[in-house]
Write a protein that binds this ligand. Structure first.
Ligand code: FA5
Ligand code: MG
Length: 412
């Protein structure tokens, strides 16, 4: 039984997402549990920690980038997360064989639409609509492992800034002879079409802006470093890491936008930079929030701790109380075409937020039959009460049953 068939059993012929109906097909792998999150818009919920984080970032750009008294960056926070595959991948030059396109990594509505895997999915269209500087805040969806820092829905802020030739060279004493473009060679430091001076000025503007943002959020004394990175839609590309309680933490990805994308947006006379930052990761560090599931808690014990009028108020989250964990193992023989992420989704669909972590504890290959089996340990914990072993067993048995029925595994 393929995963695609099982998902169609969940939705039938069509699935409705925020009032729009989409036909399902063999690519469909969204689940009802995931679709429950669409429209929650935690980033727009007043006094939610993700809202506080988003305002810290937005205030930084509003206060530091002004044309007269008007903020340079416009802010967009209610763009729906259903996008075309073309927007999420092709518009950003993702190669046909890029791993992020695999059905095991993203949530597909059908073979034309998906839940965006990053806010970059809107870059091209925002520029095409005439925007030169914008922030875009939104929920993004990825099929991923299950632990305290990974959840299939999280939130990003995308930032884009474009420059005309006059704007980029406005601080150069004598800009005669300088130009943005040349018929050059691609190196580690620049794209073929960019001159070294335009690449370096864009890089400098981006890095100094983002370092200032990190200082605004984490304080003046924070240690940070730039690490070379790769994205299909920027070159060169970097990640910014900050040192937090002795550990380096990746907070954002960024780079000089591929000129081909600006060209497809009709702004090929400009150059620009872009970044994407994850809100949960920042908020977990800034407020000492131990588990990413807490962002979805409706518990007043959680929410009331963020009830502040000034978004810059320092807050240290105090655990409401840690209820005990229960852990149960599940072992099965793998069918052909088995994908771990299919199993993780099934666990989430049935166990919901009671599942704290799923880890592969044994991978066995029978030397005679060459059959593989996996053993996973599922850790259950309720955020707000003690789970009994009996309650856990009911969920665990349902997971075993459905794994056999829907994924075709053979329970050992
Ligand atoms: C991207 O999503 C790129 N679109 C970022 C970008 C934009 C690069 C514009 C260049 C130009 P990445 O997958 O690394 O890249 O995610 C970006 C940020 O989102 C990370 O730095 C991190 O802060 C956050 N993030 C990524 N994955 C997770 C996750 N599973 N849980 C929480 N936060 C995450
Ligand atoms: Mg990354």
């Amino acid at each position: 039984v393929s995963q695609a068939t099982s998902q169609n059993q969940l939705f039938g012929e069509s699935v409705s997402i925020s009032g729009t109906t989409y036909e399902t097909d063999t690519m469909t792998n969204v689940t009802p549990k995931i679709l429950e999150k669409v429209g929650k818009n935690l980033h727009n919920r007043k006094k939610h920690p993700l809202n506080l984080m988003r305002w810290r970032i937005q205030n930084f750009f509003n206060d530091n980038f002004l044309k007269g008294r008007t903020p340079v960056f416009s802010v967009h926070d209610d763009i729906k997360p259903v996008v075309t595959l073309e927007q999420n991948f092709d518009s950003l030059l993702a190669p046909a064989d890029h791993p992020s396109r695999k059905p095991t990594d993203s949530y597909y509505v059908n073979s034309s639409y998906m839940l965006r895997a990053h806010t970059s999915a809107h870059q091209r269209d925002m520029m095409k609509s005439g925007l030169d500087a914008f922030l875009l805040v939104g929920d993004v969806y990825r099929r991923d492992e299950i632990d305290a820092t990974h959840y299939p829905v999280f939130h990003q802020v995308e930032g884009v800034r474009l420059f005309s030739q006059r704007e980029l060279f406005s601080n150069v004493a004598d800009p005669t002879g300088l130009s943005l473009f040349e018929d050059g060679r691609k190196t580690d430091h620049k794209q073929a079409i960019h001159t070294m001076e335009s690449a370096k000025l864009v890089e400098h503007d981006m890095k100094s802006s983002l370092e200032k943002m990190a200082n605004h959020i984490f304080g003046k004394d924070i240690e940070s470093r730039w690490v070379d990175a790769y994205f299909p839609f920027t070159h060169p590309s970097w990640e910014l890491e900050i040192k937090h309680q002795g550990e380096w933490l990746e907070v954002l990805g960024c780079g000089i936008m591929e000129q081909e994308i600006l060209k497809s947006a009709g702004v090929d006379h400009k150059v620009g930079w872009a970044f994407g930052i994850g809100l949960e990761r920042l908020a977990m560090k800034l407020y000492s929030i131990p588990d990413i599931r807490l962002f979805w808690s409706e518990d007043t014990g959680f929410m009331s701790q963020f009830d502040v009028d000034d978004v810059n108020t320092p807050i240290t989250y105090k655990p409401i109380s840690q209820f005990p964990q229960c852990s149960n193992d599940i072992s099965f023989w793998l069918p052909d075409g088995y994908s771990e992420n299919d199993f993780y989704d099934l666990v989430r669909t049935i166990g919901g937020d009671l599942v704290e972590q799923v880890s592969l504890v044994d991978d066995f290959c029978n030397p005679k039959t060459q059959r593989h089996s996996h053993c996973y340990r599922i850790v259950y914990r309720h955020m707000e009460k003690t789970l009994t072993q009996k309650e856990v067993n009911v969920i665990h048995e349902a997971i075993q049953q459905q794994a056999a029925d829907l994924l075709g595994v053979e329970i050992r």
